[in-house]
Design a protein around this ligand. Structure first.
Ligand code: HEC
Ligand code: HEC
Ligand code: HEC
Ligand code: HEC
Length: 451
């Protein structure tokens, strides 16, 4: 491109950027008002598709390569052509999953047709703009480098660094919204079970950015414990919204089974493994609501707002009990818990977790294991993500150090092994792993015996 053309293009872009996006910071990219330009626009070799990270740039510049090579989002549309997808589609009476919104809504950047620019193609999967927002208005200031983070956000870039916004973004596909939801009907057709934990999944995506001193100066940054805690609070909020949403919470005469612990029903009858969980107070033979995130939020609240923590314990138990009484009672109990939790997300996001509180959180997460909270696979899986995430943050903060690091790593591997396969899960093996984690860090942190 000749130089003067380039200069005038940049000038045009800046002009376009001055026209501030009508998309507000909390509108999810899929529903924003701006055009989506397509992944090609971001992946020039002098933009985000550099083969090697740049030395003199504040961002890595090789994001598109990381995404294309290692990030499952890049292949999400192709997944819809797999045999498994074809089978799911056939069972649901869907002709072609690559043409049906039921699947496209999560497996690609399925913005409305009028928001797709010339180079936009659905087959690119979950693209940059699916997370960072339609680039129509922000591309200009972004390329010119004249604007800071706030200007970019005002021009329609999604605030991915802010944990509440990020949690809402990821969960919109990794849990669902009122517009796209993986019901038990879709699971029954063969869709895999969804699981998610914000901090862990952010790392395994994998991250295509580096949090260094420069990053922290340019952007607000939250440590792993805070990201984890906010992720739990937002997940509970989304769950309660779905559970109280009359469009989502029933399937004919049945409650929507996706809210329940899958393995309460799905395990071989020869595998007798029922154990009482005191905190829920349910008898044998009753499917339990999946409360993994609620259990984690209890731990978060125990340091952020202990009164709310106590109320979550009481009201979650009432919610489980209500599920034995019927739909109306469940709705009422879910509403009660929902109003108790009003504002909890903001409260958690304003809280900075100190060393003492991180110790307390880790201790509580481990102690729950000794009190039968992780007898269900789904809870154990969520606890593993959570313990892993808190331990990583404590290592970063220099709280867990020296010889303890290796010991903790070994014990964590045991925990990951225990939850590797839902069909082979044995609670006793998991509790053993937790005992090992505890004894690896106990001398260092002087964890209390009792939570
Ligand atoms: C537009 C929907 C959408 C959004 C938004 C989204 N994801 Fe995903 N994600 C998917 C789909 C679909 C898959 C499965 C891709 C496949 O294998 O075909 C996936 C897969 C993943 C996986 C791999 C899971 C595994 O079991 O291997 C990780 C990790 C992940 N996403 C993290 C995130 C994070 C973190 C965010 C938020 C920053 C996020 N996702 C936002 C749709 C989305
Ligand atoms: C609410 C969002 C959502 C919807 C709707 C959705 N999916 Fe998915 N799908 C996901 C996510 C997220 C994953 C990754 C799950 C994980 O590994 O944690 C996934 C995973 C899959 C996988 C497994 C991929 C792999 O690599 O093993 C298949 C197959 C699949 N989806 C097919 C479909 C089909 C077919 C439809 C339409 C009937 C559909 N999905 C609708 C979110 C969704
Ligand atoms: C599944 C969601 C998702 C997808 C897809 C995605 N990103 Fe990101 N991206 C994030 C998150 C989360 C962060 C970290 C928070 C932040 O810095 O905003 C991030 C950060 C970044 C950063 C900031 C680095 C910094 O130091 O400030 C750049 C640049 C970036 N992404 C570019 C891209 C490009 C280019 C693509 C497509 C090739 C892409 N991203 C695809 C979620 C995503
Ligand atoms: C209250 C009991 C119950 C719960 C809880 C439950 N399911 Fe089901 N599930 C069923 C029943 C009943 C069927 C239908 C079985 C049949 O057709 O033979 C079924 C069918 C399925 C199938 C199809 C099995 C097949 O043979 O093809 C899958 C997959 C599935 N469920 C996944 C899940 C997932 C994932 C969850 C949790 C999010 C879950 N289920 C929660 C009762 C349950």
């Amino acid at each position: 491109m000749n130089k003067s053309l380039k200069t005038s293009l940049i000038a045009l872009w800046i002009l376009a950027a001055l026209e501030i996006s009508t998309t507000t910071a909390d509108t999810l990219p899929q529903y924003g008002s701006d055009m989506h330009l397509g992944v090609q626009t971001c992946s020039g070799s002098t933009c985000h598709a550099a083969v090697q990270p740049w030395q003199n740039s504040s961002v890595l510049q090789n994001e598109a390569i990381t995404w294309k090579k290692y990030d499952p989002h890049a292949g999400a549309f192709d997944t819809l052509a797999s045999d498994r997808s074809k089978r799911i589609a056939k069972n649901l009476g869907i002709d072609n999953p690559q043409k049906d919104d039921t699947c496209l809504n999560c497996h690609t950047n399925n913005v409305p047709k009028e928001k797709r620019a010339k180079n936009f193609v659905l087959s690119d999967g979950v693209t940059c703009e699916a997370c960072h927002g339609g680039a129509e208005k922000w591309l200009g200031i972004h390329v010119s480098g004249v604007g800071g983070r706030e200007e970019n956000i005002k021009a329609g870039q999604y605030p991915t660094e802010k944990p509440i916004a990020r949690a809402k973004l990821c969960l919109s596909c990794h849990y669902g919204t009122e517009n796209k939801f993986l019901t038990h009907r879709i699971m029954g057709a063969g869709h895999p079970r969804l699981s998610f934990e914000l901090d862990t999944y952010t790392a395994t995506q994998p991250a295509h950015y580096k949090v260094d001193a420069d990053y922290k100066q340019r952007k607000s940054w939250s440590n792993g414990v805070k990201t984890w805690a906010i992720g739990q609070a937002v997940a509970v909020e989304e769950t309660l919204d779905a559970l109280t949403d009359k469009k989502r919470n029933r399937q004919g005469i049945f409650p929507e089974l996706v809210f329940f612990d899958c393995h309460a029903c799905h395990h071989p009858m020869s595998n007798l493994r029922w154990e009482r969980r005191d905190s829920v107070g349910l008898d044998p033979g009753i499917p339990k609501l999946n409360d993994a995130n609620i259990v984690m939020l209890r731990v978060v609240a125990s340091v952020v707002d202990p009164d709310i923590g106590k109320r979550i314990e009481v009201e979650a138990r009432q919610l489980h009990q209500a599920s034995m009484k019927g739909g109306d009672a469940t709705l009422k109990a879910a509403d009660t818990l929902k109003s108790t939790l009003q504002g909890i997300v903001q409260k958690v996001s304003k809280h900075d977790f100190n060393t003492n509180e991180m110790n307390k959180i880790l201790n509580a997460l481990l102690e729950f294991g000794f009190h039968g909270e992780y007898v269900n696979y789904i809870a154990a899986e969520q606890a593993t993500y959570s313990i892993g995430s808190v331990i990583e943050a404590m290592k970063d903060a220099g709280i867990i150090k020296g010889g303890a690091i290796e010991k903790v790593k070994k014990a964590m591997n045991m925990a990951y092994k225990a939850v590797k396969s839902d069909e082979k899960y044995r609670p006793s093996e998991f509790v053993e792993a937790i005992k090992n984690i505890k004894s690896a860090i106990e001398p260092e942190l002087q964890l209390s015996k009792k939570y």
